[in-house]
Ligand binder design. Structure first.
Ligand code: DX5
Ligand code: ZN
Length: 217
């Protein structure tokens, strides 16, 4: 199981140092939540901030775009140093064009689905995707409760990939903790985003190690 700490829960006054710290704590990816106060009712940061903190680690930047028109901004996030860009199937941008734009920039594309969106929404694009992100909370805020009823979607996507011989990573985002990660792992999740569970822990390295150990039991 890979762990992607969500910087949404970090101390923004020290974002670079927080990234450095997560690198040392054993994070696999840095998960960066971009929100536009339109697609979701919250506002965070954009490409300039990501660019400013890019040099603090060599670990991949997993940029989660919760914005209405991702296609317009792919070049900006590419230039800022994103390695993986995930965007929402429910956004206003054309899904195929957005995936192609990400790939043309030499970045790995991922498609995200909100809790009310069925797994089948990603099926037409699976052969072009590096990752599918299944939201296990409504996007917008950290610290919400895990929706275990999203896990059948993970299984459906896994099964579809297996049927078609595709190797697409499945990421889960929202409410991941020591009490929920085992269910996610058993459903076939490959990467878990964790904000609260990692940043609010007294010892983040221990928290990441524990999450991995429980997932792999
Ligand atoms: C929510 C974000 C998540 C969030 C997860 O919209 O996409 O990445 O930070 O936070 P926790 O782990 O606290 O649920
Ligand atoms: Zn996220």
């Amino acid at each position: 199981m890979k762990i992607a700490p969500s910087l949404l829960s970090c101390d923004f006054a020290k974002m670079g140092e927080e990234i450095e710290k997560m690198d040392k704590c054993g994070a696999d990816y840095m998960h960066l939540d971009v929100m536009d106060a339109h697609f979701v009712p919250n506002l965070t940061f954009g490409a300039p901030v990501i660019k400013a903190v890019r040099s603090y680690t060599e670990k991949p930047f997993d940029v989660h775009l919760m914005i209405s028109e991702p296609l317009k901004y792919i070049d900006d996030f590419a230039k800022a140093g994103a390695d993986i860009i995930t965007f929402h199937a429910e956004s206003d941008s054309d899904i195929s064009k957005t995936i192609d734009k990400i790939t043309e920039n030499g970045i790995k594309p991922g498609l995200v689905i909100k809790p009310n969106t069925p797994a089948s929404a990603v099926f037409p694009y699976l052969d072009k995707l590096f990752m599918v992100l299944v939201m296990t909370v409504e996007p917008g805020f950290g610290g919400q409760s895990f929706m275990a009823d999203m896990l059948p979607k993970v299984q459906e996507i896994k099964a579809e990939c297996a049927k078609r011989g595709l190797d697409v990573l499945i990421e889960a985002d929202g409410g991941i903790s020591t009490s929920t990660i085992k269910q996610a792992a058993d459903a076939g999740v490959d990467v878990c985003v964790a904000g609260t569970a990692v940043f609010k822990a007294e010892d983040s390295a221990k928290a990441i190690a524990e999450l991995k150990a429980i997932a792999e039991k």
